[in-house]
Ligand binder design. Sequence first.
Ligand SMILES: [Zn+2]
Length: 98
Amino acid sequence: MDEIGFEDFCAQHDILIHFNDQLSTRIRGFCYYDGAYYHVIINSRFTIYQQQKTFFHEVIHIMENHFSCDPDHQDQCEQQAKELVKEIMEQFSDVITG
Ligand SMILES: [Zn+2]
């Protein structure tokens, strides 16, 4: 993550990233809002490439304000996040190695 220089981006948006190697591999990552900061938890048992994808995925949930997502619309939120991750990964393909 560091080499792509997302620290400033995260700082600007009150996003804190945590890497966790104790999570089940069924979970790639998740995010939550504590009222002040957005915490993005990345499962570091996956490859760096997957971790980057997970990071973008969670950030999209934050930027699109999916925390207020109706449980009935969760699938749509997931779909939207997946599509946006694809776009972002294509845009950053020259700086992202994987
Ligand atoms: Zn998601």
